[in-house]
Write a protein that binds this ligand. Sequence first.
Ligand code: ADP
Ligand code: MG
Length: 454
Amino acid sequence: MSVKLEHVLKDENLIKNIEEIAKDTALLHGVLMRTKETPNSPEVVSYAPFTLFPTPVPTALFHQALAVQTHFNRLVDRVSQNPAFLEETLASTIKVDNFTARLFNIYKQVQEEHRPQVLLGLNRSDYMLDHSPDGGTSLKQIEINTIAASFGGLASRTPDVHRHILKVANLPEESNNVLDNNPAAGLARGLAKAWELYGSERWVLKCLVNIPVIRRQFEDVCRSGSLDESRRLFVDGHEIAIVYFRNGYMPQNYTSEESWEARLMMERSLAVKCPDISTHLAGTKKVQQELAQRGVLERFFPDEPETVAQIRATFAGLYTLDMGEEGDKTVAMALANPDQYVLKPQREGGGNNIYGTEICEVLENLKSSTERTAYILMDKIQPVPVQNYLLRPGAPLKLNSCLSELGVFGAYVRKGKDMVFNECVGHLLRTKSSEHADGGVAAGVAVLDNPLLV
Ligand code: ADP
Ligand code: MG
């Protein structure tokens, strides 16, 4: 961190002054969220939680993360298009994990019926900066989110807030190192491309100026949705070109059998899905673990050793817990050094991972049971904490030791076998107090941040 910024962090009077300005600036720039108390009120909003200062990120690592994104887009897509790989990889998981098994059933059913022409992928690859004992820093992927990757919108509004704060703190040079960022625009370009491809065959772009966007729960779709004889999807009388899944990644999202029926209906339809069920499954933690095995990336990029190397450089150690010798080795390794690992169940949405001695408790119980295959083990990434203030409505300001996670947004569109759009469209930095092991912005733990390139 720059010496000047460190100095500012300790200047209590200045910080108090900046705090007020920061909140006002956030409101002015639309860094807003509805409040917990009145989540449905269109009348009451507050600022979305954010860090008082941007967090230093080495320029080279930042660009490394951006540069590898289009390769990750292609990787996810190729995995999603490889039924043998998905089936083999998820075989052990779906035996013990009912939720993944239900998703997989939908996948199998759709697989037998038809292959839709157009696919839209909007994802976010998340990283932390790992500090090795020898002093080196490297970019390591936490996971890639292929469904409901959020915060593309607010991320475009926070750079102006941080730049203004740095200027007020008399750090005008630093403010030049907070980059513009507009993931939402790129995500929207992907959406528009997919919409155009769907429409070019159906309504020849005649309704370009008035595209209705409708928001529905699974149950609503089950009740008011239908497929016609050519599998076009209709909901409340609208023909649906694109289904964007805002949820559907957690068991709680499927509140009834009707929810599952709705997911199946949408998957069977001609509508472009974002993501389709195979891309959803390609984002599972078991797939991530399998991709890190020796020789697997090469199968997806047989003629691109450079691509393989670029992707692999971002992988942390990932280990199988499948039944057998290798899985037994993983268990022994974790029990011997639990603090070096994270135990991950096949879940999304934060708050599910297991750390430290709790890993031992869980693995001692599951050691020789197939239940252990519902998890994977991952090297714990060890970022160096950075001091910062976290601004949260209603919470007093205090200097925190913080950890950050860099997300990179990818957007792609495939038509048949051709990638017709493949872009890295922006980034997102989220920061949390280092006492919280798990959890994202939506989970109320991490707050919005920006990289300060150094
Ligand atoms: P989810 O699908 O629930 O978001 P993640 O794999 O992203 O699961 O893990 C949730 C959080 O746990 C991450 O945002 C990160 O803060 C922490 N975490 C996950 N994996 C690791 C790891 N290997 N090392 C350190 N922290 C991790
Ligand atoms: Mg995550």
